[in-house]
Design a protein around this ligand. Structure first.
Ligand code: HEM
Ligand SMILES: *[C@@H]1O[C@H](CO)[C@@H](O)[C@H](O)[C@H]1NC(C)=O
Ligand SMILES: *[C@@H]1O[C@H](CO)[C@@H](O)[C@H](O)[C@H]1NC(C)=O
Length: 316
């Protein structure tokens, strides 16, 4: 009977899905690499004390890893003569930063626990510790991901939404990853830290109508209508180095830097969530932490799939 077959397949898939998730654990390295988490935190704190902008870079690396074939450190693979990785995909090229911090963590971790801790897990810890170090929420990170032996430039382009994206495009691209609309709104709050390049917000500050004119004028001073593509501006006009809820306060004031940012508060269906987060930082922090855990659980490689890289920039 087709219906029985369908039900059996559905059950089978459900079992696979829940087993995959269940293999990640907070205590994954507690016997094989005790002291891992304080070690990562120490290196993050050192790196951020020299350059606090690295926190944003490391948070974004995790997002760009997870959205492309799952959280498998594919984003960290360097291109070679015969292999085009994700680093030079349009959303990443001349934009992703912080790889040297991941390298520093990896070499300290290798010295302590040889070929035990994956680069994918290091990315998850580095993102969490960066957020916490800049004043944001803290959450327990599930661990046990393994590293890919490949990457996909094409998938990076296809899966990472561009700054001109509409609200419905973003909600459906996050939906395709198993994330709900409210996860999309909460995760976008990552733009409370970090920078964007003029090329990515020019259209918005010159041509969109949902922008505060004073804010657009100030941004135009450092982002000419043509040229100056790589000049940067803070995604959060108020406190770009602090993880807080100012991002949402900006959106309510029509001071979102990217077209995609302002889409979240533009008379649409989720304005109420932006309003909520703009007045209740605790609600934002709780939902952000929950959504980060969910994002981190996206199709991890577990068991004997993939490998533990010794150098995050190349497969073994
Ligand atoms: C919702 C869809 C999203 C879009 C369209 C988007 C787009 C962008 C763009 C265009 C930039 C600037 C890049 C540049 O100009 O070089 C950027 C920066 C950034 N994004 Fe997103 N992003 C999105 C979601 C996220 C998520 C979910 C996270 C993390 C959870 C995140 C974290 C960041 C951070 C931290 C920066 C600053 C990076 C730095 O200063 O180095 N973004 N994003
Ligand atoms: C604004 O829109 C006009 C008309 O579509 C276009 O010609 C112009 O290049 C746009 N300006 C910027 C800075 O994007
Ligand atoms: C803010 O959100 C938190 C978490 O959802 C909630 O417990 C609290 O009651 C909210 N505070 C206010 C003032 O609404």
């Amino acid at each position: 009977m087709p219906s029985v077959g369908t039900a059996a397949v559905a059950l089978f898939l459900l079992v696979i899905a829940s087993t995959a998730g269940a293999q990640l654990s907070h205590k994954y390295y507690s016997t094989t690499c005790p002291g891992l988490q304080p070690l990562v935190r120490r290196i993050i704190d050192q790196a951020l004390s020299q350059d606090p902008t690295l926190g944003a870079a490391l948070l974004r690396l995790f997002f760009h890893d997870c959205f492309v074939n799952g959280c498998d450190a594919s984003v960290l693979l360097d291109d070679t003569a015969t292999f085009a990785g994700e680093k030079n995909a349009a959303p990443n090229m001349n934009s992703l930063r912080g790889f040297q911090v991941i390298d520093a963590i990896k070499s300290s971790v290798e010295a302590k626990c040889r070929q035990t801790v994956s680069c994918a897990d290091i990315l998850a810890l580095a993102a969490r510790d960066s957020v916490a170090a800049l004043g944001g929420p803290y959450w327990a990170v599930y661990l046990g991901r393994r590293d890919s032996r490949t990457a996909s430039q094409r998938e990076a382009v296809a899966n990472l939404p561009p700054p001109g994206a509409s609200l419905s495009t973003m909600v459906s691209s996050f939906g395709a990853k198993g994330l709900a609309a409210w996860d999309t709104i909460a995760l976008s709050g990552a733009h409370t830290i970090g920078q964007a390049r003029c090329a990515n917000f020019r259209q918005h500050i010159y041509n969109d109508t949902d922008v505060d004119p004073g804010f657009a004028g100030v941004r135009q001073l450092a982002c000419p209508a043509s040229g100056g593509d790589s000049i940067t501006a803070p995604l959060d006009v108020q406190t770009p180095m602090v993880f807080d809820n100012d991002y949402y306060r900006n959106l309510v004031a029509r001071k979102g830097l990217l077209h995609s940012d302002q889409q979240l508060f533009n008379g649409g269906q989720y304005d109420y969530l932006v309003s909520l987060y703009s007045t209740n930082q605790t609600a934002f922090f709780d939902d952000f932490a929950t959504a980060m855990v969910k994002m981190g659980d996206m199709s991890p490689l577990t068991g004997s799939v993939g490998e533990i890289r010794t150098n995050c920039r190349r497969w073994n």
